[in-house]
Design a protein around this ligand. Structure first.
Ligand SMILES: [Zn+2]
Length: 239
């Protein structure tokens, strides 16, 4: 512990953190810049795109329109891939939970009172993409949420078996077809009778999450709730 603290001290001495937006020293997203973001104070349930929706609910911290958010997520997801941005991005979700008057059912958990019904599952990447990026951004956010919510993260259960065209390049109609059959559950016992918190960075039309939720339901999951950093309206994710 002492050694870790000392190592962190040295790291910060030689590699200080800078705000990715205003370059202020101290953090990857400084408090002043974070304060300009409008974090949702209320839970806004999703309007189902179709009636037989498998994704029961969705929690998102911010709207994707904000140029700062767009930029932050872009830096996180696209080259040169700033993995450490997972922390400020997850902090937005946590802040959102803390702002809610009615806390989500999975929020009651604490390290001394783990809610064994729930597990966190990141939306997976296919092998090729994972190799290129070096990490799964949804999993990185999942790690942060896991330690905050005291809910276990199960990263290798839901896997992506099909390479898909990036959803941002497709219309709402073709997105569904694109992700159909893309996911597979490796170990059904891990999800059976569980309430799943499905984690991703951005939610747009919901096709990806819905397809993942469908596969999880088939495998015996009780219910699936999505958690993302930002919600984009279809068409807004083109940059
Ligand atoms: Zn800043």
């Amino acid at each position: 512990m002492v050694l870790k603290k000392f190592t962190n001290f040295l790291l910060e001495l030689f590699f200080p953190k800078f705000c990715f937006n205003c370059r202020a020293e101290g953090d990857y997203l400084c408090q002043d810049c974070q304060a300009t973001l409008e974090i949702a104070k209320q839970h806004q349930p999703i309007t189902p795109y179709n009636s037989n929706q498998n994704l029961k609910d969705l929690y998102f911290a911010v709207n994707y329109q904000s140029p700062l958010i767009k930029n932050l997520i872009q830096k996180f997801k696209y080259e040169p891939f700033v993995k450490k941005l997972a922390k400020p991005l997850s902090a937005l979700i946590i802040e959102h939970f803390q702002l809610l008057d009615n806390k989500p059912p999975f929020f009651a958990s604490s390290p001394t009172n783990p809610q064994s019904e729930y597990i966190l599952i990141p939306v997976p990447l296919d092998k090729k993409k994972l190799k290129r990026r070096g990490f799964n951004q949804a999993e990185e956010i999942g790690k942060e949420l896991s330690s905050f919510l005291a809910i276990p993260l199960i990263p290798d259960c839901l896997i992506k078996i099909k390479e898909t065209i990036p959803q941002v390049k497709l219309t709402a109609q073709t997105r569904k077809k694109n992700v159909k059959g893309a996911f597979f559950i490796k170990n059904k016992n891990l999800v059976k009778d569980k309430k799943i918190l499905l984690v991703d960075d951005v939610y747009t039309t919901g096709s990806t999450m819905e397809e993942a939720a469908r596969v999880l339901k088939v495998a015996g999951a009780k219910e699936i709730i999505g958690i993302v950093v930002a919600r984009a309206k279809p068409g807004q994710d083109y940059f």
